[in-house]
Design a protein around this ligand. Structure first.
Ligand SMILES: Cc1cc2nc3c(=O)[nH]c(=O)nc-3n(C[C@H](O)[C@H](O)[C@H](O)COP(=O)(O)O)c2cc1C
Length: 113
């Protein structure tokens, strides 16, 4: 089992309706690939944790990195894990309160779990 975390910023403001419909597709793909994880949204920035088989997670991350809906993709951490922390969540989406965008020095504590 492999886990990867990155941060990024959307190229424009997405409505929750738009994010919801994007998530429908992400979840379908992730379910098919055995990928689980968490997408956090705060102050116009993303922090995503992807977990699953290493080859599948790195392949998905390569695709995500080139996705033109966001920019400034920064890999925060990656490595092997014992078991999936987000088992059963094909991509949990949570909006966090706060006005600071995610940055390497301003990450949610869940990233360290
Ligand atoms: C912030 C963000 C998070 C994303 N997360 C996922 C994800 O968890 N799973 C997924 O399949 N695609 C995700 N995508 C979309 C991928 O970049 C890509 O569009 C999708 O995997 C379809 O790729 P394909 O057209 O090569 O099949 C995400 C895109 C963005 C901008």
């Amino acid at each position: 089992m492999f886990k990867l975390c990155y941060i990024s910023q959307p190229v424009r403001e997405f409505s929750f309706k738009e994010l919801d419909s994007m998530l429908v597709l992400f979840r379908k793909n992730n379910h098919n690939q055995g990928i689980t994880g968490l997408l956090l949204y705060r102050a116009q920035s993303f922090c995503q944790i992807l977990e699953g088989e290493e080859a599948k997670v790195t392949e998905l991350f390569r695709t995500i990195q080139t996705d033109n809906r966001h920019q400034n993709v920064v890999l925060i951490s990656q490595g092997r894990i014992g078991s999936a922390a987000f088992y059963g969540w094909s991509m949990k989406f949570t909006v966090l309160e706060g006005s600071q965008i995610f940055s390497p020095t301003n990450l949610p504590p869940i990233v360290d779990l």
